[in-house]
Design a protein around this ligand. Structure first.
Ligand code: SF4
Length: 371
């Protein structure tokens, strides 16, 4: 990783008390407008200001009458979560630590590439699951995020990148992956509501083909997600035998490998053009042998799949080490020979602890408060 010192920035705390328009669905917004005796077409205008222009003040909404703007400002807020910390890694990765209205904190990461970039959203404060290699999972769930708290993560990123209302071809934030803190399927309704807002063509407008939801394997919700949302699926696999996966991803005890792979096989949008991503963290001497690679290729042989090999990113007290470069190359080679795309993912943002499995906010460090 690049060792250069990260740059940091902070924002002022939001005004807390008024309900936020951020996270409202069209239906919610229409109901709010009706309650203010506003005609239905105002909903479309407001939606456009909130989610297309990313307005931060009602005074910016110049197509709305002044007294209506004043009324909105009395009743609602457009405030984002407070940016407690914003770091930019030497490799261009951004990480924001955001404080929510109740004082809990979440992390969001943006990973730029040459002509595109993915924003990694969190879906929970902490996580319901306790995957053995994951920093977030070490202290359990604090609470689920609301749709507004998920959408606001993207809004903060677009604010920082100054990409509101930019034509889609000129944006760097092109993709969204729900792979940050949390298991999104254990907060499914809120995650689905947030993603529907992100996908709306008259607002933030990120295509379902550019959104990937990652699960540790909550089998019963996989088909529903594909049918409801049509987004891409990623599965945190990490092991090819139940015995080891029970340890690395304890959810496997509930939904073992055979069930998980059946659900992946049946995932509604899976095709050669939209392959399911299988995440596989490379752990030295644990899951990185040639036999593991061959078994992985066998398990995925009849699924439209690609494999993301993730070098393990250590965190303080981590019980694992990253596989050697040679072991990772050998592993990838076996998968490639079996016809699977298996890029060895670069570690990004390691100097700011923004890499996969490293996210852990102060809220979690303080310990779970509720379930
Ligand atoms: S890897 Fe994902 S699902 Fe597992 S504990 Fe970490 S955040 Fe939760």
């Amino acid at each position: 990783m690049n060792p250069a010192a990260p740059s940091t920035a902070k924002s002022a705390a939001p005004s807390p008390s008024l309900p936020s328009l951020i996270g409202m669905s069209r239906e919610d917004m229409a109901a709010a407008m009706a309650a203010l005796d506003m005609p239905a077409f105002r909903t479309g205008q407001l939606w456009h200001w909130v989610y297309f222009h990313g307005a931060r003040e009602f005074s910016q909404m110049t197509t709305l009458a002044k007294d209506f703007r004043a009324l909105l400002a009395e009743r609602y807020s457009l405030s984002r979560p407070e940016i407690v910390d914003h770091q930019k890694s030497a490799d261009g990765t951004h990480k924001w630590l955001l404080r929510l209205a109740d004082g809990n904190e979440v992390e969001t990461v943006f990973i730029p590439e040459e002509d595109r970039g993915a924003l990694c959203l969190s879906s929970q404060v902490g996580c319901t699951l306790k995957c053995g290699f994951c920093h977030t999972g070490t202290q359990g769930l604090v609470r689920n995020l609301t749709p507004g708290e998920m959408v606001a993560q993207l809004m903060v990123a677009r604010d920082t990148l100054d990409e509101w209302a930019a034509p889609s071809g000129q944006r760097l934030l092109t993709n969204v992956v729900v792979m940050g803190m949390g298991e999104p399927f254990y907060n499914y309704d809120n995650t689905a509501a947030a993603l529907k807002i992100l996908m709306d063509h008259e607002g933030i407008s990120i295509s379902k083909r550019r959104i990937t939801l990652s699960t540790a394997g909550v089998v019963p919700l996989m088909a529903r997600c594909g049918a409801d949302l049509g987004v891409n699926l990623a599965v945190s696999l990490h092991a090819v035998r139940d015995e080891l996966r029970n340890k690395l991803v304890p959810l496997n005890r509930k939904y073992p490998l055979a069930q998980l792979l059946d659900a992946a096989r049946a995932y509604p949008t899976a095709s050669n053009a939209r392959r399911i991503t299988f995440e596989y963290v490379m752990l030295k001497g644990v899951n990185d042998s040639p036999a593991d690679a061959r078994e992985l290729a066998r398990l995925l042989r009849d699924i439209p799949a690609k494999v993301n090999l993730i070098p393990f990113n250590p965190w303080p007290g981590a019980p694992y080490e990253c596989s050697t470069k040679g072991a990772m190359r050998r592993f990838a080679g076996i998968l490639n020979d079996a016809g699977l795309s298996a890029p060895l993912r670069d570690t990004r943002g390691g100097d700011i602890m923004a890499a996969c499995g490293q996210l852990k906010s102060a809220s979690i460090k303080a310990g779970p408060r509720s379930k």
